[in-house]
Design a protein around this ligand. Structure first.
Ligand code: ARG
Length: 462
């Protein structure tokens, strides 16, 4: 079996070497990008006079056939096909004869694989950003469903101040907006063509890296051949953006898990988006939410794995870099699986707003409002905090109800007791970006604008 380097070698590769070395099982999913890169390369070779038009035509036709075979599954892989680049070139040479063996002129698999993976990553991150947009739209529509319902807001997972349920949904929406920003940003830095860098140093042939870059739709060509063939920053950035997205999905999952417990009872799970137990007939389990939480672990693992692979590499290409693809593919696949399931889960949550209000309307929820009431009448905040805190302590000790204690304090009195009414505390959150109905109405509009802007930026991707 002929290797790409058979001229230099007397013997063939050992089976164990091939088993370790071959990347075809996973890199074949980049075949479209590989063929696109080859088309641009061949057209460039013809333009600069390194390939006559008959040969270029034969190779382009062979590339079309090869792509069709790979797409419909009829492509016959051979044991000697080390990776997708080798397989495509082998087939093109079978189909186009001697012209095919001119395809690799002035090119190395080092600039080729970097080109393929950048093209693949840009398209994939764009698709994922669009899926994130759909989850954001679902969160916005759940915020609309929630109207002016409120629930306890938590710090330290202890009830803190009531917030609108819409505010809570939108909080997750804004985190995802940053994820979309990061994905778009990562796409921007990935948008550089490595083709023409060769193995590491460029070429003695009159190649045109600017021409192939623009043919392939890249915004720019590389500046430094040595840098670009060993640069996998774009993979690390993609993995970070996906890991942090995974962390956000995990946090949404964690809340659905808590909220759907009997103890919270804030939401009910739809049958289509929950599972039962094989033994316990009464169970309804939030598996989607748990998997969203669990899969964050593997997304973080993919990032740390790649960073560890990269950290000790001398310039330029090293075979270690072949370890870039599996974590990236896995991260993209994982996020693509998780997003629609989580979106379905969130969109079908039954919102038990009565339970939420009941939990939120403990009179202590308005403790801060009472302190702020005292501040308005001139008391320093620290002192006000202590006055109200003493009433809380007395109420918890059973001396009297909180309302009675407030009513009996001449600095507070009946006007202050009114602040303890159900829902009053949340309606008083009026500052910009705050949790009450006033600022949340503004926020709903701003979030919708943000989604529209995001969509326009995504539509502008090639
Ligand atoms: N399969 C290889 C990879 O994924 C392609 C590049 C091989 N380059 C080389 N010099 N052996 O990195």
């Amino acid at each position: 079996m002929a290797t790409l380097w058979h001229g230099r070698f007397e013997g063939g590769p050992a089976d164990a070497l091939q088993a370790l070395n071959d990347s075809l099982p996973f890199d074949r999913r980049m075949f479209r990008e590989d063929i696109a890169g080859s088309r641009a390369h061949v057209s460039m070779l013809a333009r600069v006079g390194l390939l006559d038009s008959a040969d270029a035509g034969a190779v382009l036709e062979a590339l079309d056939t090869t792509e069709a075979e790979l797409a419909d599954g009829s492509f016959a892989f051979e044991a000697s096909d080390e990776d997708i680049h080798t397989a495509v070139e082998r087939r093109v040479t079978e189909l186009a004869g001697e012209a095919g063996s001119r395809l690799h002129t002035g090119r190395s698999r080092n600039d080729q694989v970097a080109t393929d993976l950048r093209l693949w990553t840009m398209r994939e991150l764009g698709d994922i950003a669009r899926l994130v947009g759909r989850l954001q739209a679902t969160l916005a529509s759940r915020a609309d469903d929630a109207g002016e319902a409120h629930l306890p807001g938590y710090t330290h997972l202890q009830q803190a101040q009531p917030v609108l349920l819409a505010h809570h949904f939108l909080a997750h929406g804004w985190a995802l907006a940053r994820d979309v920003d990061r994905l778009l940003d990562a796409i921007g830095r990935t948008d550089v063509s490595p083709l023409g860098a060769g193995a590491l140093a460029g070429s003695s042939l009159p190649l045109d890296p600017d021409g192939v870059a623009s043919d392939l739709g890249f915004s720019a060509r590389f500046e430094n051949s040595l840098d670009v063939v060993g640069d996998r920053d774009f993979v690390a950035e993609a993995l970070f953006a996906l890991a942090l997205l995974g962390v956000h999905l995990s946090r949404i999952g964690e809340e659905v898990i808590l909220w759907s417990t009997a103890e919270f009872g804030f939401v009910g799970l739809d049958d289509a988006f929950s599972t039962g137990s094989s033994m316990l007939p009464q169970k309804k389990n939030p598996d989607i939410a748990e998997l969203a939480r669990g899969k964050a672990g593997r997304l973080i693992g993919n990032l740390t794995g790649l960073l560890t692979t990269l950290k000790g590499l001398p310039l330029a290409y090293n075979k270690d870099l072949q370890e870039d693809k599996e974590p990236l593919f896995d991260a993209c696949d994982t996020v693509r699986l998780t997003l629609p399931a989580l979106e379905g889960l969130v969109s079908t949550l039954e919102l038990r707003t009565d339970r939420m209000a009941e939990a939120a309307d403990s009179p202590f929820a308005a403790a801060t409002d009472l302190a702020e009431y005292l501040v308005v009448s001139g008391m320093p905040f620290r002192e006000a905090h202590a006055v109200v805190g003493a009433h809380v302590r007395a109420a918890l000790a059973g001396e009297a109800s909180f309302a009675e204690l407030v009513a009996g304090d001449e600095r507070l009195g009946a006007e202050a007791v009114a602040l303890l009414a159900p829902g009053a505390a949340v309606r008083r959150r009026t500052t910009p970006g705050g949790a009450g109905p006033g600022p949340v109405a503004v926020q709903r509009v701003r979030f919708a604008e943000r989604l529209a802007d995001q969509e326009a930026r995504l539509a502008g991707l090639r």
